[in-house]
Design a protein around this ligand. Structure first.
Ligand SMILES: Nc1ncnc2c1ncn2[C@@H]1O[C@H](COP(=O)(O)OP(=O)(O)OP(=O)(O)O)[C@@H](O)[C@H]1O
Ligand SMILES: [Mg+2]
Length: 319
């Protein structure tokens, strides 16, 4: 079983508005509403890939009720802690005439110490039957930046693999708690290691630095694939994965689809190369669809041969 954690779950509303202009009144030509938040998106992709998954986190108010209803409609198993404040709605406006996406994300609810405690108990209970736990996304207002770090430490003691996909302060704390994997994008990784990357070699050095900070394994995603420091039979492997960047319909959530693909392959015991190849194919496929976490598995299979995986050795083997 795989558990995904979404502490700041949302209703994601996507509007398609041709020739969208500031200050004008518009009519949408297409509108979709889905449960969202990074962990929820990862759960959606995992469900589509046929893997057993339970989504957990916080939900509150009428929007929270809606999140649970929508997940249930999609047959995504879920078990959220109900909170007093209302879950957020995120709005994305897509202009099909120029492909530009504008996003407006609400701040979201505050969560009390009691609610955090209830969640912790629930997660540790669910994790007893889990092989992998994915902690993904931002934290609700007022939550301590080290909450993921604390959860990582407790989960690691239970012999589950813990993967963290977040940024900023929560990631900085979490990485020190030695999660099994972190998967930031380039910007998030630059912030974590504290310097910019100018070329491919910098990116390779960066994933090694992320491992030195505490992560057992680190993957840095980019629109053209990823760079990873993974383990195989106790040995560190550095890998670079390339895919031809596609004409994207919507790149929002491609990192979530990547992570779900990686986790899915890992869950079924694939090799590090195959896990990365599958993750990148899922990420690339998801960019063709409006709606985070949506993929078509047959298209993913078709893309697999186009994904190149390369082992990297010296000269990047420094430090
Ligand atoms: N335009 C694109 N064409 C092909 N593949 C893409 C494109 N954009 C993203 N991907 C794939 O998706 C994966 C994740 O991309 P990226 O690093 O942009 O995610 P992200 O910034 O974490 O996204 P989010 O957090 O919104 O889900 C990459 O590894 C890549 O394989
Ligand atoms: Mg991401």
């Amino acid at each position: 079983m795989i558990i995904t954690v979404t502490l700041n779950a949302a209703i994601d509303k996507s509007l398609s508005v041709p020739s969208f202009r500031l200050g004008r009144r518009h009519r949408t030509v297409e509108q979709t509403t889905m449960a969202g938040g990074k962990g929820v998106n990862v759960a959606r992709t995992l469900k589509t890939l046929g893997q057993p998954v339970i989504a957990t986190g916080f939900q509150g108010g009428p929007t929270g009720t809606r999140i649970v209803e929508q997940l249930t409609e999609e047959s995504i198993l879920n078990d959220f802690v109900r909170i007093r404040e209302e879950s957020r709605t995120n709005t994305a406006v897509y202009d099909p005439t120029n492909g530009v996406m504008t996003e407006i994300n609400e701040r979201g609810p505050a969560v009390s110490a009691k609610e955090v405690e209830l969640f912790r108990d629930k997660l540790l209970y669910l994790a007893r039957g889990a092989d992998i736990v994915v902690l993904a996304g931002s934290l609700p207002r007022g939550m301590d930046g080290d909450v993921y770090a604390g959860l990582v430490r407790e989960l690691r003691r239970m012999d589950v693999l813990v993967m963290v996909d977040t940024d900023g302060e929560p990631l900085r704390h979490a990485v020190r708690a030695e999660p099994d994997l972190i998967s930031p994008n380039v910007l998030e990784a630059e912030e974590l290691v504290g310097h910019e990357f100018n070329d491919d070699e910098d990116k390779v050095i960066a994933v090694r630095e992320m491992v030195q900070l505490g992560a057992r394994e680190a993957i840095m995603t980019a629109p053209d694939g990823c760079v990873a420091a993974l383990q195989k039979d106790g040995e560190r492997q550095l890998l670079r994965v390339k895919v031809e960047p596609r004409d994207a319909v919507a790149t929002v959530g491609s990192g979530d689809a990547f992570l779900a693909g990686y986790v899915s392959a890992r869950y079924t015991g694939s090799s590090p190369d195959e896990c990365l190849r599958f993750g990148v194919a899922c990420g690339a496929e998801s960019t063709r669809r409006l709606g985070a976490g949506l993929i078509e598995p047959r298209e993913v299979e078709r893309l697999l041969p186009e994904v190149e995986v390369e082992r990297i050795t010296a000269p990047a083997e420094v430090s």
